[in-house]
Design a protein around this ligand. Structure first.
Ligand code: SOE
Length: 360
């Protein structure tokens, strides 16, 4: 491998472009792009400033010019491509879901361990500096023993029957949509910050918009509500929706403990809300000393807001650091993708049978 890490991106939609920007921001090279057809790959390579267009995903994976494979395709292709890239000995960043079934996710995790490849799944909300600060405050004991973890993740981009996207189709996006697409982000960031694991849950799902074109009957859920318990005795609740008008990307959580409550809002990520009986404070990013924090988390000083793309940049920067053999803290990896697949399956099982389900 030369000095700069060479990334190959499979899938050139919205999220493929986010990955390409993160590659550049992390000092990497977009060495190749693959898309649904060679023609689409050529157009994407020109648009994204990639060095080459690959004839196929397989050709990109096999290319000697690619060190890190980024899988940014529709969900039903993730596991097979992750298996191929891992078997080829490449470092792999695979979009969530790592796989659309638990069994496939387990297989990919095993394969990555056997081949010893660096891997990542972009649960990027971990990379807000304020999220790391919330985690530090919880770990330091400021909040006290946690009693209740609650919140929501709401979007509106699928709130009209005219909104069509491959994610709606279970054959392409997987059997869970709203929970599998965004609910898993909430669970990941809440488990990351709290140190708790969701151990049991009961869920309801609802398909609010049952037909999105003249012929399609939608089977994936627009909404999910989840009530849960954690391994450390806290209780919690979560509302997930992709049909909440006016809510763009509203991931919000609160962790309420014996001494404080602490809350984060993804659409206002420059502050944390910290409440106690005597006072509530809005704490700006960057004012609390965080001695061991990676500089990647806050490339710019307070007052110069950190955003979604910055989180992605920091995540890819961490993957590159791991590829160079450096230690990184809190990199979301294939194991976290498997965890998300298990929680998603528990939500689907609970909603289908109307009962509490243990999360393995
Ligand atoms: C679309 O729902 C989407 O882009 C998700 O797929 C991402 O994971 C989330 O971060 C933002 O919304």
């Amino acid at each position: 491998m030369g000095d700069a890490v060479r990334s190959g991106i499979i899938g050139a939609g919205f999220i493929g472009n986010v990955h390409a920007q993160a590659v550049r921001a992390s000092g990497g090279i977009v060495a190749a792009v693959a898309d649904a057809t060679p023609e689409a790959a050529m157009a994407a390579a020109a648009r994204m400033g990639a060095r080459a267009a690959a004839a196929s995903a397989e050709a990109l994976i096999e290319s000697d010019d690619v060190d890190v494979v980024h899988i940014c395709t529709p969900n039903n292709l993730h596991a097979a491509l992750a298996r191929k890239a891992t078997a080829a000995g490449k470092a792999v960043i695979c979009e969530k879901p790592l796989a659309t079934t638990v069994a496939d996710a387990e297989e990919v995790v095993d394969l990555a361990a056997r081949h010893g490849v660096v891997n990542g799944v972009p649960f990027v909300y971990r990379y807000y500096q304020t999220v790391r600060e919330a985690r530090m405050r919880v770990q330091r004991g400021d909040v006290g023993p946690l009693w209740v973890l609650h919140g929501s993740y709401l979007q509106d981009w699928l709130s009209s029957s005219a909104d069509i996207n491959w994610r709606v189709d279970a054959a392409v996006g997987g059997s869970s949509r709203a929970f599998g697409d965004i609910g898993v982000h909430w669970c990941d960031v809440v488990e990351f910050v709290s140190g708790h694991r969701i151990s049991r849950l009961v869920a309801q799902t609802k398909t609010a918009i049952q037909s999105r074109d003249a012929t399609t009957r939608v089977t994936t859920e627009d909404l999910a509500t989840v009530v849960f318990e954690t391994d450390q005795g806290a209780i919690g609740s979560l509302v997930v929706s992709q049909v909440s008008p006016g809510r763009k990307n509203r991931l919000w959580f609160s962790m309420d403990g014996a001494d404080q409550s602490i809350a984060f809002d993804q659409e206002q990520p420059e502050t944390l809300w910290v409440g106690a009986r005597s006072q509530a404070t809005v704490v700006p990013r960057g004012v609390t000393p965080m001695p061991s924090a990676s500089p990647l988390l806050a490339p710019l000083p307070p007052g110069h807001p950190q955003g979604y793309q910055d989180c992605f940049n920091a995540f890819v920067g961490d993957v590159y650091a791991a590829v160079r053999g450096e230690a990184v803290d809190g990199l979301p990896a294939f194991g976290d993708g498997l965890r998300a697949a298990r929680i998603t399956q528990a939500v689907l099982d609970s909603a289908e049978h109307g009962r509490w389900v243990d999360v393995p």
